[in-house]
Design a protein around this ligand. Structure first.
Ligand code: SF4
Length: 234
């Protein structure tokens, strides 16, 4: 029996595909990169928008933004640059990949953003505080409109399986509607991929039985399985 067959007995963590896993990894038998590109395409179908440019929140939003750009026909550009010189000393790699919402320092590229209607694609929206800072930064660089699109459904429940999750009270989607969240993070429109759309993006049989989606729906499985990278290239 293969590792993928073994994994089917457990509820695999869907957030590995959304955020935790490296995009060049193969998680539970599925390419994380391809899953994220597909999720971006589905996101563009579920929440279409007119825009001048699609930009990712790097690094984990890049593949999803590529999919959104492909589906919508809106050009992709790197309107935010992640500093490779800030944060590493203070945020250990283990923390950065095991905690929700940890984002290293970003800088805007004003020439890409100025005067534009910008579609910003991020992997997830957890507390909202980081997204608000990013929207402020993009607006400050001259963006005319900001349309935020999220490659995960609203995170409404904490993880009790070992991921460093904020309390439920800190999860913005547990108490605010989509419209209220959009006002808080200061974007013009906000759209999350649906739970069904995210499950479809993995492109496997019986995704509802296979994956844990408790952060989005509160249905906590008895036997969760996380972080089993089958192949991570050097
Ligand atoms: S609740 Fe489930 S899907 Fe969410 S992070 Fe924990 S194991 Fe992953």
């Amino acid at each position: 029996m293969s590792s993928a067959d073994d994994a089917k007995k457990c509820s695999q963590c869907i957030f590995e595909h959304v955020y935790f896993a490296r995009p060049d990894s193969n998680m539970f038998g599925f390419s994380v990169y391809e899953t994220r590109v597909r999720s971006g395409r589905i996101l563009a179908q579920e929440h279409p928008v007119q825009g001048d440019v699609v930009i990712p929140v790097p690094d984990s939003g890049i593949a999803t933004a590529i999919g959104f750009s492909e589906q919508s026909g809106i050009p992709f550009a790197m309107g935010l640059i992640r500093s490779h010189y800030v944060g590493r000393t203070f945020i250990e790699p283990s923390q950065s990949i095991r905690s929700f919402g940890v984002k290293l320092k970003l800088s805007p590229v004003a020439d890409i953003l100025r005067g534009k209607s910008v579609v910003v694609v991020d992997d997830s929206l957890v507390r909202g505080t980081t997204s608000r800072k990013i929207m402020e930064m993009i607006r400050g660089a001259g963006a005319r409109e900001i349309h935020l699109r999220i490659g995960a459904p609203p995170v409404t429940h904490s993880c009790f399986y070992g991921i460093d999750t904020p309390t439920r009270e800190e999860l913005i989607a547990s108490s605010k509607s989509v419209e209220e969240t959009a006002r808080f993070v200061m974007c013009d429109t906000l759209g999350y991929i649906s739970r069904e759309g995210l499950l479809r993006s993995v492109n496997c049989e019986n995704p509802k039985e296979r994956f844990c989606t408790a952060c989005f729906d509160g249905n906590y499985p008895e036997n969760p399985l996380m972080t089993v990278p089958l192949a991570v290239p050097d």
